[in-house]
Design a protein around this ligand. Structure first.
Ligand code: AKG
Length: 264
């Protein structure tokens, strides 16, 4: 740069990215989850919440078994249908934190709106995420779960079982079945559980193998969460079926890549 040139000014509306403290990263790697406060302002939450509810208002009529619909109203890859939700899914600070925690370059796997209807009466039972996915060579998948309104325990916040991301041999369990994960590993019935209520705009990150659940929503308001799932750029297609890869034509062993799975 010449002595007379000026450095470009950062737009005042784009805050500089913040790094996470080393202790928090170490704790995430050891326990498989962490909580971070203050990703979004109340105004941003209100905008994303309204868009999420708008785009999920007819989802219940479209898909899912009755049992599953009671647990969650979900819309996968909402970022592809809404530039507003894409702003959240590809939020630079969110992507930077995910990359720092995973410790490797990532791409988007998918996002979803995850809504619990008022008084839905059904918890999302303990499960690991990775067994549902058609992936291999994917050592550090990481999910962000962002609260778009206050989520106290009684509105369906998340709980995690520390250290379960080290369990690599489990199969998928039914997230409407309270005995599902425990039937695979009975000792998990006695494991420590960490429950993390969140204020609007706060989030948790969890490893794709960390066992987690969310309580039923016992309030008269929707519980609106937005989740974003990132996978290492090394992740290969295993050949299994999944709504995000069905029909794309990946061959088993091929790296999952392309504009539907952007690098972040
Ligand atoms: O929001 C929920 O009820 C469950 C979320 C979940 O299982 C996940 O984000 O992986």
């Amino acid at each position: 740069m010449s002595a007379t040139s000026t450095a470009p000014l950062l737009s005042p509306t784009v805050p500089a990215l913040r790094s996470l403290p080393a202790e928090l990263v170490a704790s995430y790697r050891e326990r498989g989850f962490c909580k971070i406060e203050g990703l979004l302002t109340p105004e941003q939450c209100a905008r994303f919440r309204a868009e999420s509810l708008r785009l999920t208002s007819d989802v219940g009529k479209l898909n899912g078994s009755a049992g599953y619909q009671r647990v969650l109203t979900q819309r996968v890859n909402i970022w592809r249908d809404s530039t507003i939700m894409a702003e959240l899914t590809l939020h630079p600070q969110l992507c930077a934190w995910a990359t720092q925690l995973a410790g490797m370059p990532l791409r988007l796997w998918h996002d979803h709106a995850l809504i619990k209807q008022p008084m839905n009466g059904a918890a999302t039972e303990f499960h690991q995420d990775q067994p549902y996915w058609p992936h291999r060579d994917s050592p550090q998948p990481i999910s962000a779960w962002i609260a778009l309104q206050d989520v106290p325990v009684e509105r369906g916040c998340m709980s995690f079982i520390p250290g379960t991301h080290h369990l690599t041999d489990l199969r998928s369990s039914d997230l409407a079945d309270p005995t599902g994960l425990v039937s695979l590993r009975p000792e998990l019935a006695w494991a420590e559980r960490v429950t993390l209520p969140l204020r609007a705009g706060d989030l948790t990150f969890h490893h794709g193998r960390t066992a987690h659940m969310a309580n039923a929503n016992a309030t008269d308001q929707h519980r609106v969460a937005h989740t974003v799932i990132f996978i290492p750029r090394t992740t290969r297609f295993s050949g299994g079926g999944h709504v995000c890869t069905n029909g794309i034509g990946f061959k088993p062993g091929e790296i999952i890549a392309g504009e539907l799975f952007p690098e972040v």
